[in-house]
Design a protein around this ligand. Structure first.
Ligand SMILES: NC(=O)c1ccc[n+]([C@@H]2O[C@H](COP(=O)([O-])OP(=O)(O)OC[C@H]3O[C@@H](n4cnc5c(N)ncnc54)[C@H](OP(=O)(O)O)[C@@H]3O)[C@@H](O)[C@H]2O)c1
Length: 234
């Protein structure tokens, strides 16, 4: 049985963070597919993954997500009953973490166009749309014709968002791996061989080869909940 209190302790962010910490969370099948038969991650990791997902949202300052995932999974602002509000209050966090959606085309679910929610984009994105979104959302422009991740993450930190929970998808994750901005990966491995042509959990034009250390492993029935951190300078 997975206990939420135990999970919250095991998934706690490093104490006294002096710099932003970017944690990616994904579920994949045993053969590495990040999507199930329905083309979205859906309930790949079942109940265990749902619980971890809630704990990870509870512990973060901000949820970072690519527009593709926001579109595929109909993202909306996090509601108070989707996190453990008491734990967030104890940790000194806001009642709910805002969503920061990453997009170049600036097309994502209209539910996200709400006060307190953020957009991360670059100066080459459609200017008129950017201005329109900035009337409601907090728009971070980082980079000229592609997102410059050190600038984007520093902009999140300036807003007090140091515990960054990246919920994918593979394109955003690949860009962050490529930029060496992933500190930790929480990966649920589901008991399924998918075959098909589902994406892996990270994709980018180049091989990155970042070395990880296995920090935690929980077996829940046939599901594995793993937590890995980046080995600095490897
Ligand atoms: N298994 C899992 O745990 C998991 C987790 C998340 C998602 N998924 C699945 O993954 C699939 C979506 O994959 P995806 O790779 O398309 O997802 P994605 O990374 O969420 O979305 C890609 C889109 O996000 C924006 N984006 C991402 N990185 C960017 C960057 N560096 N610069 C500018 N824009 C950037 C772009 O949006 P614009 O097109 O708006 O410019 C891009 O087209 C869905 O089926 C979803 O269900 C699975």
């Amino acid at each position: 049985m997975l206990d939420s209190g135990d999970l919250a302790r095991r998934y706690a962010y490093p104490e006294n963070l002096r710099r932003p910490w970017v944690r990616a969370s994904f579920a994949s099948t045993a053969d590495g597919s990040a999507t199930a038969g329905d083309g979205v991650s859906g309930d790949l990791g079942g109940d265990a993954d749902d619980r971890v997902f809630t704990v990870l949202r509870t512990l973060c300052d901000v949820v970072l997500v690519g527009a593709g995932t926001a579109r595929a999974e109909s993202y909306a602002p996090v509601l108070p009953d989707e996190v453990d509000g008491r734990l967030r209050a104890r940790l000194g966090l806001s009642p709910t973490p805002p969503i920061a959606v990453v997009s170049e085309r600036l097309e994502f679910p209209s539910a996200l166009i709400a006060p307190g929610q953020l957009v991360i984009t670059h100066a080459g994105s459609p200017q008129r749309r950017r201005a329109e979104l900035a009337r409601t959302m907090d728009v971070i422009v980082a980079g000229d014709d592609e997102i410059h991740w050190p600038t984007a993450i520093a902009a999140l930190a300036e807003r007090g968002h140091r515990r960054v929970q990246c919920e994918g998808g593979p394109t955003l994750h690949g860009a962050l791996v490529d930029a060496d901005r992933i500190d930790e990966l929480c990966l649920t491995i589901a008991p399924m061989l998918a075959a098909g042509d589902g994406p892996r959990i990270a994709r980018s034009p180049r091989f990155a080869g970042r070395t990880l250390r296995l920090d935690d492993l929980i077996r829940h029935g046939n599901v594995l909940l793993t937590r890995w951190t980046r080995v600095d300078g490897a």
